[in-house]
Design a protein around this ligand. Structure first.
Ligand code: SF4
Length: 298
């Protein structure tokens, strides 16, 4: 729960504020860009939301903030219609309720007749769990890599879902995951879900391609607003940048219109534009040196 007494001076005057417990995960920046902005090591309210749509987005950020650093000065009722999972497109949803243990990574939910899927783990929050129950429960959980697994065990215990992770990232609490994918070849969970190993950010990083349209990328690839292009995180590459660059080229063999990352911004582009953006990203990666860089957060 954010505290007014810890309100950052950088916030503009008004109801919404960010307090000093912000961990700079940037979730609020992309979720409610009208209202929140990032500084060197924290975020703040740059403009108070005034329209119903902007207030709703700011409330989504408040609910999603992994450390409860967003608050309101006045008691503010949350929009009745606002609930997570929150629809992104078709049957793909944003889970909200980001977890501090995943450094605020985004997780996703796919509602399918063939069995509902969660990609990476949010907080095991009661309101989210209840909503997932109403949406048919959870059958499959795919973990893109070891950093963004948060409360996966609690979801597995509650819903009895089958979990998948690459064996190279099946470490610490992920050792209990039921299915450990080995090697570098694509792996079909079923005819809609294809796992694409993409070592680089970590040894066991993997993307999930859903229906040749939605690519869930973990921390391998995201949209960069400054470059206006797809980018990998050069300063958050924990394993090997050269290997990550090679992994990126393997994505050129696939078709997708969405990139849905753990950290950073998602993007929806026509297939041809996505392909060009990926090509540009690979060229950029080739120019940025090799090896490992451990300078920032995961
Ligand atoms: S979502 Fe919360 S922790 Fe993340 S940048 Fe915004 S205020 Fe900070």
């Amino acid at each position: 729960m954010a505290k007014s007494s810890l309100r950052l001076a950088e916030n503009v005057e008004g109801n919404f504020f960010v307090d000093r417990t912000c961990i700079d995960c940037s979730t609020c920046n992309w979720l409610a860009p009208e209202s929140f902005s990032g500084a060197a090591s924290f975020s703040f309210v740059q403009r108070q939301p005034s329209s119903p749509a902007a207030i709703r987005q700011a409330q989504k950020a408040l609910i999603s903030c992994p450390v409860g650093a967003i608050g309101t000065e006045q008691k503010t009722s949350i929009d009745n219609e606002l609930r997570f999972p929150d629809l992104i497109s078709e049957n793909v949803f944003h889970c909200g309720y980001h977890s501090e243990s995943s450094f605020g990574a985004t997780s996703y939910f796919i509602q399918r007749e063939a069995g509902n899927v969660m990609v990476d783990s949010p907080r095991f929050a009661g309101a989210l769990v209840k909503q997932i129950e109403q949406m048919g429960g959870l059958d499959i959980m795919f973990l893109t890599h070891r950093d963004d697994i948060a409360d996966h065990q609690k979801f597995a215990d509650h819903f009895g879902c089958e979990r998948f992770i690459h064996v190279e990232d099946a470490v610490s609490s992920a050792r209990s995951v039921e299915h450990k994918i080995a090697g570098g070849e694509p792996f079909e969970i079923d005819d809609e879900l294809l796992v694409l190993p993409v070592p680089g950010h970590t040894r066991g990083s993997a993307c999930l391609l859903y229906r040749e349209s939605f690519l869930f990328t973990g921390d391998h690839l995201a949209w960069n607003i400054d470059a206006q292009n797809l980018r990998a995180f050069r300063t958050a590459c924990w394993y090997d940048w050269s290997i990550q660059t090679i992994s990126m080229t393997t994505l050129q063999n696939y078709t997708f219109e969405w990139v849905l990352p753990g950290h950073g911004r998602r993007i929806n582009l026509p297939t041809a534009e996505m392909r060009k953006s990926l090509e540009k990203c690979i060229k950029w990666m080739g120019k940025t040196g090799s090896g490992t860089a451990i300078e920032q957060v995961s």
